[in-house]
Design a protein around this ligand. Sequence first.
Ligand SMILES: NC(=O)C1=CN([C@@H]2O[C@H](COP(=O)(O)OP(=O)(O)OC[C@H]3O[C@@H](n4cnc5c(N)ncnc54)[C@H](O)[C@@H]3O)[C@@H](O)[C@H]2O)C=CC1
Ligand SMILES: CC(=O)C(=O)O
Ligand SMILES: [Mg+2]
Length: 546
Amino acid sequence: MWRLARCASSNLSRSLRRRFFSTAAIPAPCIIHKRGTDILHDPWFNKDTGFPLTERDRLGLRGLLPPRVISFEQQYDRFMESYRSLEKNTQGQPYSVVSLAKWRILNRLHDRNETLYYRVLIDNIKDFAPIIYTPTVGLVCQNYSGLFRRPRGMYFSAKDKGEMMSMIYNWPAQQVDMIVLTDGSRILGLGDLGVQGIGIPIGKLDMYVAAAGINPQKILPVMLDVGTNNQKLLEDPLYLGLRQPRLEGEEYLSIVDEFMEAVHTRWPKAIVQFEDFQMKWAFETLQRYRKRFCMFNDDIQGTAGVALAGLLGTVRAQGLPLSDFVNQKIVVVGAGSAGLGVLNMAIQALSRMSGNNEMAAKNKCYLLDKDGLITKERKNIDPAAAPFAKDLKDVEGLREGASPFEVVKKLKPHVLLGLSGVGGVFNEEVLKAMRESDSTKPAIFAMSNPTMNAECTAADAFKYAGPNIVFGSGSPFEDVDLGNGKVGHVNQANNMYLFPGIGLGTLLSGAHIITDGMLQAAAECLASYMTDEEIQNGILYPSIDR
Ligand SMILES: NC(=O)C1=CN([C@@H]2O[C@H](COP(=O)(O)OP(=O)(O)OC[C@H]3O[C@@H](n4cnc5c(N)ncnc54)[C@H](O)[C@@H]3O)[C@@H](O)[C@H]2O)C=CC1
Ligand SMILES: CC(=O)C(=O)O
Ligand SMILES: [Mg+2]
């Protein structure tokens, strides 16, 4: 039996309705195959006390709710009031207590009434992004077993080998457009969190809904649980994932292969975003699938696009034409999936601008990892980092393994960019050395997440490197008061500025694969949003609510 109801989502704004449903102004009724409490327990259809009496009759709800009908707007105001009073009541308490309390109240709403959840999320994205996304999402992942109440998304484990093709049909939605997939092996800068990493696909997909208007009924967060090498989790009796070491080699790849085949059999046009895979699998899976499936790796490719937009903005901030990008010296600290992704894309752009002279482009870029400057002298060099290794004769005065301080002191780079996952790598000494940069407006990007893993804080960057810098960080920091009415602007250099657009653009264009050219265009488009005035004020990216 099915019944008609005004869809809960008819409470969304007109423009959103158009985006979600492509309908005209009058909300279309939606067909519900449920009745009574089943509707109240389905967050997609549930309107809480908002069901009008006629609908309560039609849907078998009469008597199951308190008699008074509370409008969507009233419910919205009530939620925001309780959120604001929570903020007031937790003032002065530790960050983890406050932000987890905020996450809980939002998550409960998400579980109960999706329409209201996405409405408040979209309207208040600037306030809520740090809760559903970095940094709080990191804390949520770390505490996932304790916070777990209801599952969200799908879980495919090593135990499901051979079953995935049928399992994928257990997902209730007919159509899925956007999937974010993780194996939990490198969650932000927090390392291997196993099954607890599911918080990341959930948060990323919320950003897809809020920022790109993707229909929330057509998103799917996925955890591929192939075990964990995190000893603490393996010993935790409440850990919810497989208690076994991670699969490796062909065994691992056969699980990912099976998942990709299953997804694309059921939803051939679905886009899969790979997220927070440890480096070796991030690169391997990207090469393995990018020509066969519509997929991309956000950490390698999304991050690179946002960084490139930031680098182009930095050139403009110095009052130089974009063509001057070819003269910028760039030091990247962190040679993992994100750092190498950024260097690859920056070199592609530099080389295009310098008449396809890749060598000249590479000469301008320097790469460091946990053992310092990477040179050709490095023993057991990672093949992915090898193309960026410096010949010692080209870095006179520096040695293999030189520290960030030595490198900055010697090279006086225009840009210092951190994707190391280690908090405090840009210490006082390194930041002070940036004062001697060859640039009139040196750029410091402390892009590692969450906040405690940032290479430096915004306050330290402006304090030690001087007020004239351009600053970006992966997780949000408050703008810095520089005195005399001056403000040091903090840019959130985070791939969230690109991935929702990459997914939406791919979906709308019907592209079968995601090419480097598409990503390059996305980065240049992001850079072009900013006016000269904004750029002069050190603002490289639009405000999140734009
Ligand atoms: N802002 C953003 O949009 C993004 C930020 N990230 C962040 O970047 C960080 C790294 O991510 P991945 O590259 O995927 O990790 P990864 O584990 O693949 O690479 C980390 C790299 O940092 C190096 N490293 C470790 N300790 C170091 C130290 N003390 N000094 C210098 N280098 C050091 C390692 O040798 C390795 O090369 C994470 O914190 C992640 O949250 C990643 C993607 C996007
Ligand atoms: C932002 C992001 O994707 C990361 O930190 O891994
Ligand atoms: Mg990531």
